[in-house]
Design a protein around this ligand. Sequence first.
Ligand code: GDP
Ligand code: GDP
Length: 433
Amino acid sequence: MSIVAIVGRPNVGKSTLFNRMIQRREAITDSVSGVTRDRHYGRSDWNGKEFSLIDTGGYVVGSDDIFEEEIDQQVELAIDEADAILFMVNAEEGITPMDEDVATLLRKVTKPVFLVVNKVDNNQREQDAYEFYNLGLGEYYSISSMNGSGTGDLLDEVVKILPDTEEEKVDDLPRFAVVGRPNAGKSSFINALIGEERYIVTDIAGTTRDSIDTKYNRFGFEFNLVDTAGIRRKKKVREDLEFYSVMRSVRAIEHADVCILMLDATRGFDGQVQNIFWLAERNRKGIVVLVNKWDLVDKETNTAKEYEAMIRKEMEPFTDVPIVFISVMNKQRIHKAIETAVAVYKNRSKKIKTSQLNEVLLPLIENYPPPSLKGKFVKIKFITQLPTPQPQFAFFCNLPQYVRDSYKRYLENQLRKHFDFNGVPISVYMRKK
Ligand code: GDP
Ligand code: GDP
């Protein structure tokens, strides 16, 4: 999957363009999961080509004085990590010193950069846009994010240069990605897995330019590890930037079946960890949460239980996720961590027979049918699992549009109760029959 990043100073219209580009898909996923999280990362497609879109502006949190530095760092990260960069400026205001700064960084780049002049809502603005040639980035695209004009031409050109992402699956082994904030212990975990060289079966070229897939045979399991933690960055950047961990996680997550989300027990399930969690959930990947550095926590009888409850609270409504307390340093429960990831992988690839689904669910539905809406009664006739890599279920009924999200959640909960989908996001669709 290619990554397209939108950079530029605040208020030029980045998030307006972002929302326009992801609109349709987001509407679909959000109505199913019922959650709205990180609004700055999404999937988009144009002319049949799918890509991930990141609005870097959403991750700027600096106060005024560190603002500029932070934007520069984000541009540098985008340069390193994205496949194409949309540099947005504002025709209403013309070139500002911050635009010049960003342009200076971008002129050195060999990656495709699209200069996007926004807020070109009328002919006068079209004239004003000429001044942006002075940024030394060549041709520009004038658009109005607000009314959409010019965005089609821009997208035509963007998807033309994106690499074809025909993903070659090398084998059918589970693909695990270890993700999390810097310093959670990801490299230590991977080193512990490697242990001795003999556990590594082969090194194969990663599916992306900067991830390495390594085939392991460890604790009696065979799997591929999508390793981005091991690839250290060339330039020095502030690793505490939220944007940093998002960028580092996106690729790994997209290429994995199961995300092993590692957190530092002394820091907890904080905002950055949550963002990575929802990134994985939105990509419909399996998830295992590892609470690492458990050796550093003072423990009483219920410490683990309480800690776990606290994490589950933050995960709502997707709480059916395994949480394993580990210490990489003491080599505690590393085996259990991998075993759990394998179990989640199996849950994600599980296929339930139509007959079994109907046998279990139809009586439950009969006992608790969808509440009537505007005097209409929904009759669910049968259920089937779709032949997709991750669990999706179609409920065939007379009036699919009359089923509320809360009832879909009920159906999801019943699926989870009767079939083991621990660690796996599942999708419930109502279909017309
Ligand atoms: P960001 O900070 O770069 O993400 O900018 P926003 O997307 O939040 O937009 C900043 C302001 O510019 C908002 O008030 C938008 O409604 C407005 N805006 C965005 N795109 C356009 C446009 O094409 N034309 C006009 N006139 N206003 C726009
Ligand atoms: P990464 O940035 O996520 O790859 O994190 P590292 O693997 O580089 O680990 C960050 C720091 O945490 C290092 O100093 C490790 O030695 C330390 N560390 C990793 N796992 C543990 C653990 O289980 N317990 C303790 N106390 N420290 C750990």
